[in-house]
Ligand binder design. Sequence first.
Ligand SMILES: CC(C)(COP(=O)(O)OP(=O)(O)OC[C@H]1O[C@@H](n2cnc3c(N)ncnc32)[C@H](O)[C@@H]1OP(=O)(O)O)[C@@H](O)C(=O)NCCC(=O)NCCS
Length: 142
Amino acid sequence: MKEKIIIRAMKESDLDHAIELWNHSFQAGYSQTFDTKKRLINYLKRNPGFSTVAYVSNEMIGALLCGHDGRRASVYNTAVKPEYRKLGIGRKMEKRAISEFKKVGITTGFLFINVKNPGSKDFWESIGWTVIDDIKYLYKQF
Ligand SMILES: CC(C)(COP(=O)(O)OP(=O)(O)OC[C@H]1O[C@@H](n2cnc3c(N)ncnc32)[C@H](O)[C@@H]1OP(=O)(O)O)[C@@H](O)C(=O)NCCC(=O)NCCS
């Protein structure tokens, strides 16, 4: 690829493009009623500097939402535009986020995948994440 890829921290001003990218990327669906812009702004304020975007020129081509709770990192929405996939951009965004976590002493993390998103398990395993078979993810609305 000839164009220069910029990998940097996500800012509030990136959110409109990130929401659009996530919304178009997840076959299992992206919940815009849950991940509202307001909620995402709050998340970035609580977790400044970890979530990561990739740009070519003025075009957002990747976005990864992540943060930590003081103990562990959590990685959420991760997507790369279809025409830029398999070029190492997802890997680069994850690498940047992890290097930021290490700076504040966070050295482990969790993420969950929806198995309806094809390739997502292979992607995360390719970059060193391990599926833990004996843990189930539980949910409650309150
Ligand atoms: C998953 C996704 C973020 C990967 O981004 P990407 O920039 O294409 O990934 P990379 O090029 O950095 O790939 C890193 C490694 O993962 C592997 N990988 C990436 N996508 C893969 C796929 N669909 N199937 C199998 N392996 C895949 C690559 O082969 C590479 O491994 P290698 O270095 O050993 O060759 C991207 O395909 C995407 O946006 N998918 C749609 C949204 C989605 O499902 N997100 C994950 C939700 S949890």
